[in-house]
Ligand binder design. Sequence first.
Ligand SMILES: [Zn+2]
Ligand SMILES: [Zn+2]
Length: 124
Amino acid sequence: MRGTVPPVRSQTVATGEKDDVCLLCAAERITPWYHEDDVCWIADCTICDTPMVVWRWHGVDPSGDELAHMMSRLAAVADGVFDGHYYDDHMRNIPDHFHVHARPEGGFFGHGFRRDERAGRPTR
Ligand SMILES: [Zn+2]
Ligand SMILES: [Zn+2]
């Protein structure tokens, strides 16, 4: 929705390392976190208001095991937020750090679809 965003400028960072200027590496807790472990974390995307899973490491090539782990964690979170959801792995704003959004069926942004919104958004 912000139009074409230039790629995040970064030196090439080896898998398993972090990039100082990357927003996802910084992992600021500006929204509630649903989940956190050695592989990934899951929080609401501040732009989309939908849960997204973010790989712990800077890069776009998690292993098959890590990928399966992240998708199953995201599925569990998204099940609690939306009545139905799909996955969007198009990394529009931060193309060089793996993350996947769970979006509501029939929608793109979470606004108006979230169970917690309809229920008055209780604290988690
Ligand atoms: Zn987003
Ligand atoms: Zn990063």
